[in-house]
Design a binder for this molecule. Structure first.
Ligand code: GAP
Length: 491
C-alpha cells in the first residue's frame, strides 16, 4: 500500500503534468530518466523564483555582483577543484537485476521502510552505523552492513550484491571535431556545479567591478550530474539549475561569515511565505573535500526533511588549487590596516563562504507547499478543488481576465483590462466554459486574482474581483484592477 507521503507526492506530480507545470523530458520517447521539462506555468514559476533570488542577492547586498559563466570549462578546472578525483559516490550492483544503487540511498530507503513499520530504533541504529562507515570510506564494512540487515534489491528482491565501488558523477563530452587518437585530449566536462565559473573569474570580477573584500559573486545556471539513483521527481535530476554565491572574506573571519550567511539564507526561505517549522538546519559531520564547515537548510517535503540549500565554508581550497594548476596568482591585495600590526593586511588568497541552492528543488518546495486539496462540500452537495496557494509574488499568472459571456461587447471590455495590465504582470485571458470552471482552472495553477467582466461593467465600468484563497468577491472599478494586483504581487 502507498504511504500518505508517497500519495501526496504522486498527486503533486500528476497535477504538475496536467496543469502545465512540469512534464517528463522527451515523453513521447518514454522519457529520459531524471530529466524533466518545464511547461508554461512551471517555467513562469521557476523564473519568478530565479528573479527573486537574483534580486535579493545582487541588490539587497551591495557588495555582491553577478556573472554568467560558460557551462563548458577548461578540463583542468575539474582537476584543480577535486571533482576528477573526489566527486564520487559509492555504488553497489545487484547481480540478479543488474541494477546499480547509491549505497547511502539504498540504506536510507531501507531505514525509511523500517520506520514505517514502527521499527524506529532499528532504523536509527542502521543509519548511525552507515554514517560512521561512510565517513571512513569503509566499503567492506558497508557491504557487510547491507548483508546483515538483509537489504534487498527492490527489483530482484535478492541480497546478491557486488562489492562496493566508487563512480564519478561528472558527464563528459568531446570538444571540437576529434579523431579517436586525440579523444582523451579533447575531453571536457559538463559542469557539476556553477561555483567553479565564479572561482576562475575571481580576479576578473574583483578588478573590473572594483570590489573590496568582503564581497560576493552570484550566478544562476545549469549543472549536470550523472546521478545513479535519480528519484523523487525534480528533487534529484541529471540536469538541473543552481543559484550559487561565493562570498570572499579575509582568512580568519570565515566562521563569523559562515554564521551570517546561515542566518541570512534561512530568512530568505522564510520570506517565501513558508512556515518556519517547515525548515531546519542539518549540520554536516562528513565534510565535502573542500569544506571546513557545512550545513544544509532542509525543508519538510512530502517524503520528509530534505536538503534545499547548502552553506559551505570552502576555505581557500578552490582559489589555492586554481593558482597551483594555472600558475596564475589568485591573490587579493588588502590595503586596510590590520589593527594588530598597524600595517595593511597585504596579499592573501581569500577564504570563501558559499551559499548553494538548487533552483529546481526550490520550485519543488514551493509547489509542495502550495498544493492544497480542499473539500468544499456544502450539505448534501459534494464539491472539492485543488488550489495552488502560491504567494502572489511567485504565482505564474497574477491575473485572469474573464468575460462572463462571449458576446454583448463583454470580450471587448475585458480586452481593455488585459491591455491595461499585460505589460505589467503575467495575465491570462479566457472566454471558454462556465465561469465556475474557469475559476477552478485558475485555482489549479495558483492565479491569485480573477476579474470577471459582466453586463454591469458596460454600464458603470466596475468588475468582480475574485480572490483565489478565500474565493470571496468584491465589486471594484475596472480602473483599479492594475494597481491592486500590482501592489499584491510585490515581494
Ligand atoms: N557548489 C556546491 C554544491 O554544488 P551541493 O550540495 O552538491 O553543493 C547544492 O549542491 C544544491 O544543488 C543542493 O542543495 C540542491 O538544492 C541542488 N542539487 C544538487 N544536486 C542536485 C540534483 N541532482 N538535482 C537537483 N538539484 C540538485
Amino acid at each position: 500500500m502507498m504511504s500518505n507521503e508517497n500519495k501526496r507526492l504522486n498527486d503533486i506530480i500528476s497535477h504538475c503534468k496536467e496543469y502545465g507545470f512540469i512534464f517528463p523530458g522527451s515523453e513521447i520517447y518514454d522519457g529520459l530518466q531524471a530529466v524533466y521539462d518545464y511547461g508554461p506555468w512551471g517555467s513562469e514559476l521557476k523564473k519568478n523564483i530565479h528573479d527573486l533570488w537574483w534580486n535579493t542577492m545582487t541588490r539587497r547586498y551591495e557588495n555582491i555582483v553577478g556573472i554568467d559563466a560558460a557551462i563548458l570549462m577548461h578540463p583542468t578546472t575539474w582537476k584543480a577543484s577535486g571533482h576528477v578525483d573526489n566527486f564520487n559516490d559509492p555504488m553497489i550492483d545487484n547481480k540478479d537485476s543488474k541494477k546499480r544503487y547509491r549505497v547511502d540511498h539504498l540504506i536510507e530507503s531501507h531505514a525509511a521502510g523500517l520506520k514505517e513499520k514502527g521499527n524506529e530504533k532499528e532504523a536509527l541504529e542502521l543509519l548511525d552505523k552507515a554514517e560512521a562507515l561512510l565517513a571512513k570510506d569503509d566499503f567492506t564494512g558497508l557491504k557487510k552492513l547491507i548483508e546483515n540487515y538483509r537489504i534487498v534489491c527492490p527489483l530482484s528482491g535478492t541480497c546478491n550484491w557486488t562489492d562496493i565501488r566508487q563512480f564519478n558523477l561528472m558527464f563528459s563530452t568531446q570538444f571540437g571535431s576529434t579523431s579517436s587518437a586525440d579523444e582523451a585530449d579533447n575531453l571536457v566536462y559538463l559542469r557539476p556545479e556553477t561555483a567553479q565559473g565564479i572561482f576562475v573569474n575571481f580576479l576578473n570580477v574583483q578588478k573590473s567591478a572594483r570590489m573590496k573584500i568582503p564581497f560576493g559573486i552570484a550566478q544562476v545556471g545549469k549543472a549536470f550530474r550523472n546521478e545513479i539513483v535519480a528519484r523523487q521527481f525534480i528533487f534529484r535530476m541529471r540536469e538541473f539549475e543552481q543559484m550559487e554565491m561565493q562570498f570572499f572574506v579575509r582568512p580568519g573571519t570565515q566562521k563569523e561569515w559562515y554564521e551570517f550567511w546561515k542566518e541570512e539564507r534561512l530568512k530568505w526561505h522564510y520570506s517565501l511565505g513558508i512556515p518556519k517549522e517547515k525548515f531546519r538546519y542539518h549540520n554536516h559531520t562528513k565534510l565535502a573535500h573542500y569544506a571546513d564547515a557545512a550545513c544544509d537548510i532542509e525543508y519538510e517535503f512530502p517524503m520528509g526533511f530534505k536538503e534545499v540549500e547548502g552553506i559551505h565554508s570552502r576555505t581557500d581550497f578552490d582559489l589555492r588549487n586554481h593558482q597551483e594548476y594555472s600558475k596564475k596568482k589568485m591573490q587579493y591585495f588588502d590595503s586596510e590596516t590590520d589593527p594588530s600590526s598597524g600595517k595593511p593586511y597585504g596579499n592573501y588568497i581569500p577564504y570563501v563562504i558559499e551559499t548553494s541552492i538548487g533552483l529546481d528543488r526550490t520550485v519543488l518546495m514551493v509547489i509542495c507547499e502550495a498544493y492544497t486539496e480542499e473539500d468544499l462540500s456544502d450539505g448534501g452537495k459534494k464539491d472539492s478543488r485543488v488550489v495552488m496557494r502560491f504567494s502572489p509574488a511567485l504565482a505564474p499568472v497574477k491575473l485572469a481576465v474573464l468575460p462572463l459571456l462571449k458576446k454583448d461587447g463583454l470580450p471587448e471590455a475585458a480586452r481593455k483590462i488585459m491591455d491595461d495590465c499585460k505589460n505589467h504582470f503575467r495575465c491570462f485571458y479566457e472566454e471558454k466554459d462556465t465561469i465556475g470552471k474557469r475559476y477552478r482552472r485558475m485555482d489549479a495553477i495558483g492565479t491569485p486574482f480573477c476579474v470577471t467582466v459582466d453586463h454591469q461593467t458596460l454600464q458603470d465600468d466596475t468588475v468582480t474581483l475574485r480572490y483565489r484563497d478565500t474565493m470571496l468577491q468584491d465589486r471594484i472599478p475596472a480602473a483599479q484592477v492594475k494597481d491592486i494586483v500590482w501592489k499584491a504581487v510585490q515581494h
